[in-house]
Design a protein around this ligand. Structure first.
Ligand SMILES: [Zn+2]
Length: 127
């Protein structure tokens, strides 16, 4: 799927939230996520560590759902700018969560061809 200007803006939001919260000293908050709802609103999150921890995607989707959102358009996760701002593909647990809560969401990922956009259905086939 074609990457649009609004997708690049979403990546910037994810970079901004992790740049603001990256804690190099304690090695906390290394990933930021941004999700755009179908109404255009953007919610962000950073990852939290514990035994199981929580990915940034969970925090972003959780913030959106807490605010009453149910319809999601696009999500992206990224490392901080100081670590190169590399986009991270969603882990298996996040893919499972996105299929359940955002079954028609698009996911921005970095490949050898640059930034590409896939549906969660493509990233989590045969679920
Ligand atoms: Zn994850």
């Amino acid at each position: 799927m074609k990457v649009e200007q609004r997708d690049l803006e979403l990546i910037q939001e994810a970079i901004k939230v992790i740049d603001r919260n990256f804690d190099e000293v304690n090695e906390r908050h290394t990933v930021g996520a941004a999700v755009r709802c179908k109404n255009g609103k953007i919610y962000t999150g950073v990852n939290l560590y514990s035994i199981h921890g929580s990915c940034a995607e969970f925090i972003a989707i959780g913030a959106a759902i807490t605010a009453g959102e149910r319809e999601f358009e696009t999500i992206v996760a990224t490392r901080t700018q100081s670590e190169g701002g590399i986009l991270l593909p969603p882990c298996g647990n996040c893919r499972e969560m996105l299929v359940r809560y955002a079954p028609d969401i698009q996911v921005l990922v970095q490949t050898g061809n640059g930034v590409e956009k896939y549906s969660i259905q493509e990233l989590m086939p045969h679920h």
